[in-house]
Design a protein around this ligand. Structure first.
Ligand code: NAP
Ligand code: F7E
Length: 346
């Protein structure tokens, strides 16, 4: 019998990589999409099949994490073997602008799924994965973070993810649900949302190199992030649910660099020679051969509260799940740059 998976957040970066990964593993995959005034299925259009086709193995349903009725009805109808909760208002900066909505989706949405699983557990024991985040460590003083590091969240997003982390643990301990948390550090890909910093940098610098854009505006250049590839990380997500017991795992690369260093590496890949000048919000990058400013900082992109440095220790996942990242940051940058060039040439 084929396994059945239900993915909340299937239209997002991770949802699309996970759906493709599970289809390769011969799962039947159901995904939840939100109603939106414009199409939001770009990342999964390549796997869409007409649901009336008798060989169809990928199905989309309308639903929303703010709507308990839709969640209950979908889970009760599909009765999947595994649920992956990847849905969230996932932008940290935006969470300061819409804190209540962020909490409703990113915190309470998880509770709505878990409570459905509790109600339905006599009908079926469904495994549950919760997409936790390194942002939960926030302003931690620990140089490297693992499953035992104390959380110090620095945004409404991070606080919502901590609620989800603990409610997942609480439902596991109180009702014996198979409910696991991943604590994933930043992971990127060509399919990353346009306003996250890596995608924003790569898209702009490729356009600048082709003289299709003049400038890139950024915020804090000195925060450090541990960046991996989404394709490696969805394999870890799957492994977490295949483990014999529910548990919590940090997924990371164990290396971090600043935003500025990320910019330098993308410029190198594009053979753009730049130098930096100025300080703080006046810092800028100048292209050597034209002497033109191509990067400036803008207050608009600084956050009310910043997470200065994150670096993950994934030794538990390595030991127990036999997982490790396979794609290096330079390979990730190459893939993102090539994808962006292709998009422009289309
Ligand atoms: P993403 O690209 O922003 O995708 C988020 C998904 O959630 C999209 O499918 C989105 O639908 C959906 N969604 C948003 N609000 C919803 C609602 N009210 N009801 C139902 N679905 C809703 O995020 P991602 O990068 O793939 O990340 C996946 C998950 O991992 C998120 O929970 C994120 O917070 C978490 N996470 C991400 C990272 C990372 O570095 N990528 C690291 C740690 C944790 P639309 O397409 O309609 O917007
Ligand atoms: O910012 C700085 C910014 O928005 C990274 C989400 O997937 O990963 C992601 O959250 C850093 C921050 O990702 C700009 O201040 C500078 O220090 O790409 P980001 P994030 O906030 O780390 C975690 C693990 C998640 O869970 C989240 O869902 O880059 N930065 N200048 C900028 N950031 C943005 N977005 N735009 C700028 O212009």
């Amino acid at each position: 019998m084929k396994k059945i998976a239900l993915i909340f957040g299937v239209t997002g970066q991770d949802g699309s990589y996970l759906a493709k990964f599970l289809l390769k593993k011969k799962y039947i995959v159901h995904g939840v999409r939100r109603r939106s005034s414009s199409f939001n299925t770009k990342r999964i259009d390549d796997i869409y099949v007409d649901p009336t086709n008798k060989n169809a193995n990928f199905f989309l349903h309308y639903g929303d994490l703010t709507d308990s009725l839709s969640i209950f009805k979908l889970i009760e109808k599909i009765l999947p073997d595994e649920i992956y909760n990847l849905a969230a208002q996932s932008h940290v900066h935006v969470s300061f602008e819409v804190p209540e909505y962020t909490s409703n989706v990113t915190a309470l949405g998880t509770l709505r799924i878990l409570d459905t699983l509790k109600t339905l557990q006599k009908k079926k024991k469904i495994k549950f994965y919760q997409a936790g985040s390194s942002e939960m460590f926030g302003k931690t003083k620990n140089k490297i973070q693992n499953e035992k590091t104390i959380f110090y969240p620095a945004s409404p997003y991070a606080i919502s993810k901590i609620f989800s982390h603990w409610i997942t643990k609480n439902y596991r301990e109180s009702y014996n649900l198979f409910a696991s948390n991943g604590i994933l550090f930043n992971h990127e890909s060509p399919l990353r949302g346009e306003t996250f910093v890596t995608k924003k940098i790569v898209t702009a610098l490729v356009k600048i190199s082709l003289k299709k854009q003049k400038k890139l505006y950024l915020g804090n250049l000195y925060s450090k992030r541990d960046w991996g590839h989404a394709n490696d990380y969805v394999k870890a997500i799957w492994k977490i649910l295949q483990h014999k017991k529910p548990d919590d795992f940090v997924i990371a690369t164990g290396r971090n660099i600043t935003i500025k260093e990320f910019v330098n590496r993308v410029c190198k890949k594009l053979n753009m020679k730049i130098f930096w000048t100025g300080k703080g919000v006046n810092e800028r990058a100048i292209l050597k051969n034209t002497n033109k400013i191509i990067i400036e900082c803008n207050k608009k992109y600084f956050r009310p509260s910043e997470v200065p440095s994150l670096k993950g220790d994934y030794s538990k996942a390595k030991k127990i799940l036999k997982w490790k990242p396979l794609i290096s940051l330079n390979e990730l940058i190459t893939e993102m740059v090539e994808y962006e060039k292709q998009q422009i040439n289309q």
